[in-house]
Design a protein around this ligand. Structure first.
Ligand code: GAL
Length: 684
């Protein structure tokens, strides 16, 4: 039985590093945290050298006192296990614990995350420090829970130490049993790669064309990294569970090469995410139309919710972010920090901790601003946090445990994500289509979920949704196609984009007409296909029906052929030698319909499909919103809260066609309402 992130009241808090500050400052810091409305504080996750200054010498005094001081001010503590930063004495004595690049360069002490998950020595030393910490604090009433490591696979998600190569070989032996099976799965007959002994098998190593290993090996590499990160976390979770049975266990972050769903299901009480929405603003493509900017972070939050419906934000952006030599973000404008906090909450967070209490005066992150500045005098960000603290103290208990409502989901799966990292013939398409669909749904105020298709995914999980979008599942098994068919037969709407269904689980192409495993579902075949780039002019799709709308057929075109009487052509190509050929089809199947869209999605095409499907905002009957306002709804059986978030600096005019109560002020609202720039409104 999993423990909840919060029960009864909303948990608001902050990350704090007692080891960074003179002890005389702690009492004042904790007292001010309590006054800000905080109830929880995370500490410890990088402090291994303080817990164990030399091998086997354990010292807990500093953290005993820090926990006591926090508790005195009513703050509960989340303890991070310190395994993301092995001490210098450890890496000097046991260099085999260090991570190594594919080229064989050992990554040395001096930053963080310089270790590997496979080294038996590192596992032994991690088990010991985690065991000591759990024994010390496992029944401490002032400790609420544990964070395993810090951001597994952040900064680096590839591992090529000697131990990793060996562990990969063992993992492959368990998976394939025989070398024949391995050779078959990796297609090693191609270019004479056939292995005749297990001793020849490694993780990808440097190749004559840099970064070009065997593609099937590259897919297994990602699966192995995920398995090894999970087994590293399992070691810690089991120790904490045995010594701290009343505490919850989580870990933070959403990084590559890690099946976070499996990690959460098997080991954690709930998942935690670190939310820095300004990453999407600084990395925005200036050429993009209608970019979502910080609002696109709602997509990552939706992924987090797919792992754990109610989650923790272990690090919520509390100021401009920056490392000394990398990352330089603008300061959040007045109101933006509050907006981002409610963005997390609107998507399912029941606990939010700001990163961090005060900006560090030393180290890589002297520009990663906390709530407080170096000078420690009151500032705008602290005042904004106090407002949020007051609001959540009043309304938090109505939020906690409620679930986000959505009737549309975008489907994803790890195999396609990992295969697509390497395969440029489908990977980049997936990211674009996800973004464009999300954008269209956001601007039309139609909340959407992300669902990861996994071997254990059930019809019941899918049948909650009126419509599913599975943009480019190049890898598709017949079992997945059968599950999707059940969903459609019982009345669901499903759409695929180009490059669907043509690869098997090994990443090899089926000798079947495309879309392979999805062929019967869609009732079409792909006559031929082409990339749209180079000398090719942009292609369009003319949609059938009254509107005769034209949208772009971006990046890749599958030229479709109807194979069944139940199929209607919904759009045809408008240019090139395939002018007039089917580009979009609808197959009526059982009580539902399966659509095939032959290109990479763009916002206009997504809007067209949304309109043809008749999807609308769940609040359409009582609320009119401008596009810059995000709508999310969190409900329980007895209550429902509507979150409205204005991402613009300018005020937004909204219209309430039926009266509602402003849950933060208790005031009844109806008719026209002006939501201030970066404003937040919670309606009940
Ligand atoms: C996170 C990390 C924190 C801090 C923060 C700002 O990725 O967990 O320790 O580094 O980013 O860079």
């Amino acid at each position: 039985m999993k423990k909840p992130a919060a029960a009864g009241k909303f948990e608001l808090g902050v990350c704090y590093y007692p080891e960074h500050w003179p002890e005389e400052m702690w009492e004042d810091d904790f007292a001010r945290m309590a006054n800000t409305g905080f109830s929880i504080v995370r500490m410890g996750e990088f402090a291994w050298s303080l817990f164990e200054p030399e091998e086997g010498n354990f010292q807990f005094g500093l953290f005993d006192r820090a926990i006591e001081s926090a508790n005195r001010h009513g703050l509960k503590v989340i303890l991070g296990t310190p395994t993301a930063t092995p001490p210098a004495w450890l890496t000097e004595r046991y260099p085999e614990v260090l991570n190594v690049t594919r080229e064989g360069v050992t990554l040395q002490h001096g930053m963080r995350r310089h270790y590997n998950y496979s080294s038996p020595k590192y596992r032994e030393l991690c088990a010991r420090i985690v065991g000591e910490l759990a024994a010390r604090y496992g029944s401490h009433p002032g400790v609420a829970g544990w964070q395993i490591d810090n951001e597994l696979n952040c900064e680096i998600s590839d591992f090529y130490s000697e131990s990793d190569h060996l562990a990969f070989r063992e993992w492959l032996q368990a998976k394939y049993g025989t070398l024949e099976q391995l050779n078959d799965a990796w297609g090693t007959v191609f270019w004479n790669q056939t292995y005749s002994s297990w001793s020849q098998v490694f993780l990808p190593r440097p190749t004559p064309v840099a970064g070009q290993p065997n593609p099937h090996q590259a897919l297994d590499e990602k699966r192995f990294i995920s398995a090894s990160a999970i087994s590293f976390a399992r070691l810690q979770a089991e120790i904490i569970r045995s010594k701290a049975p009343s505490h919850w266990v989580t870990t933070n972050g959403l990084f590559g090469h890690l099946d976070n769903h499996e990690l959460n299901d098997e080991l954690l009480d709930f998942f935690s995410y670190d939310s820095y929405p300004q990453f999407s603003t600084i990395h925005a493509n200036p050429a993009e139309e209608n970019p979502l900017l910080d609002r696109s972070w709602s997509l990552s939050l939706s992924v987090t919710r797919s792992i754990s419906p109610n989650f923790c934000i272990m690090e919520q952006q509390a100021g401009p972010g920056g490392w000394v030599g990398r990352m330089d973000m603008p300061s959040p404008k007045p109101g933006q920090m509050r907006l981002w906090t409610y963005q997390s909450i609107a998507h399912g967070a029941d606990m939010v901790l700001y990163f961090r209490w005060r900006t560090a005066t030393m180290g890589h992150e002297i520009y990663w601003h906390g709530l407080n500045d170096y000078h420690n005098r009151p500032n705008r960000r602290v005042r904004e946090a106090e407002t949020i603290g007051r609001e959540l103290a009043a309304v938090g208990e109505r939020i906690v445990g409620t679930r986000v409502q959505a009737s549309v989901a975008i489907l994803r799966d790890y195999d396609n994500e990992w295969d697509g990292e390497y395969d440029v013939w489908h990977g980049p398409f997936n990211w674009k289509s996800n973004k464009e669909w999300f954008k269209a749904l956001q601007y039309l105020h139609i909340p959407c979920d992300i669902v990861y298709v996994r071997p254990m995914t059930t019809l019941e999980e899918l049948a909650r949704y009126e419509a599913l979008v599975y943009p480019h599942p190049a890898i598709m098994t017949d079992a997945t196609a059968a599950l999707l068919d059940q969903y459609v037969q019982q009345g669901g709407k499903l759409i695929f984009g180009c490059r669907t269904g043509y690869k098997d689980e090994r990443g090899q192409c089926y000798m079947r007409p495309f879309p392979g495993a999805a062929g019967a579902l869609c009732g079409i075949s792909v006559e031929e296909f082409t990339m749209v780039k180079g000398t090719r002019l942009p292609v369009g799709i003319i949609w059938s029906g009254d509107s005769a709308t034209l949208t772009g057929a971006d990046d890749f075109n599958d030229i479709l052929q109807v194979e069944s009487d139940s199929v209607d052509v919904m759009g045809t190509y408008a240019s090139d030698y395939y002018t007039g050929k089917p580009a979009v089809t609808r197959n009526r199947r059982g009580a539902g319909e399966v659509w095939y869209y032959g290109a990479v999605f763009n916002e206009a095409a997504a809007r067209q499909i949304i309109s043809l499907w008749g999807l609308r905002s769940p609040a359409a009957d009582w609320l009119e919103l401008p596009p810059q306002v995000e709508l999310q709804i969190r409900s329980s059986e007895s209550a429902s809260l509507t979150f409205l978030l204005n991402y613009s600096e300018e005020p937004a005019e909204i219209l309430l066609k039926a009266p509602r109560t402003d849950a933060l002020t208790g005031v009844e609202l109806s008719g026209r309402y002006t939501l201030e720039g970066y404003g937040v409104l919670l309606l009940s």
